[in-house]
Design a protein around this ligand. Structure first.
Ligand code: DX5
Ligand code: ZN
Length: 219
């Protein structure tokens, strides 16, 4: 079995050919599809919501992983899950009470995940580790694709990985931002389970299949 999973982020996809690009990702071994929902408040950019999730759902049976860079994420849980979401990530920094927001998410049949920004220490989420299926360690400041990996993220990944093992928890570590063929090996070796990659999969220099196999090469 592969040591890690690869989730292409459609933020860098060609939206005029989204269906084709999702199908190609699936054919070439993607393990899930990562969708960045940005609200123009938690982060400056706005992206997309449930209509795009619903469109992606029609293109693939792969797990759909939603990364909510939004304040008051609970307002949109129902519509995103009805559109086809399999996992939903909320940002620790976007919630007034992250535990309460996770309890709200727990009312739905969906995997629960919390993201922490590069500046947020891992201890911030210690009290919710037992409530979640996944933790997302942001390795760039959220808001845009194509940024450089922040190396300090590796220490956070290693600490979380040790903590998860020591506590016997079943929590996956997802890493998002600046993942490419140069940064992926250290990230996996530090303990990451799921790697999100946008610009290293969807770009003008090589095909989606080549992008995925470059990332898989360390396996
Ligand atoms: C950034 C997003 C990422 C983005 C990553 O805020 O959360 O999912 O698509 O893009 P790359 O892989 O290009 O850094
Ligand atoms: Zn993301």
């Amino acid at each position: 079995m592969a040591r890690f999973k690869l989730y292409p982020s459609i933020l860098s996809a060609d939206f005029a050919h989204l269906d084709k690009q999702i199908r190609e990702s699936e054919k070439c071994g993607a393990d899930g599809i990562h969708i960045d929902v940005m609200d123009g408040q938690f982060v400056p950019a706005i992206t997309f919501g449930s209509p795009i999730v619903e469109a992606v759902r029609r293109s693939t049976d792969l797990p759909i992983d939603i990364h909510m860079m939004t304040i008051a994420p609970e307002n949109h849980f129902k519509e995103l899950i009805e559109a086809g979401a399999d996992s939903i990530t909320i940002h620790y920094e976007a919630c007034h009470d992250v535990k309460a927001t996770l309890e709200e998410l727990g009312k739905h049949s969906v995997q629960k995940s919390v993201a922490i920004n590069p500046a947020t220490p891992v201890e911030s989420i210690s009290n919710v580790m037992g409530m979640i299926d996944q933790i997302l360690v942001m390795s760039v400041v959220p808001g845009a694709g194509g940024q450089s990996f922040i190396p300090e993220s590796l220490t956070k990944i290693a600490i979380l990985s040790d903590q998860i093992k020591a506590q016997g928890l079943s929590v996956s570590i997802q890493v998002d931002g600046g993942i490419n063929s140069t940064t992926i090996a250290d990230t996996v070796n530090s303990g990451a389970d799921i790697l999100v990659a946008g610009s290293a999969v969807f770009n003008d220099s090589f095909s989606i299949c080549d992008g995925l196999s470059k990332l898989r090469d360390i396996d």
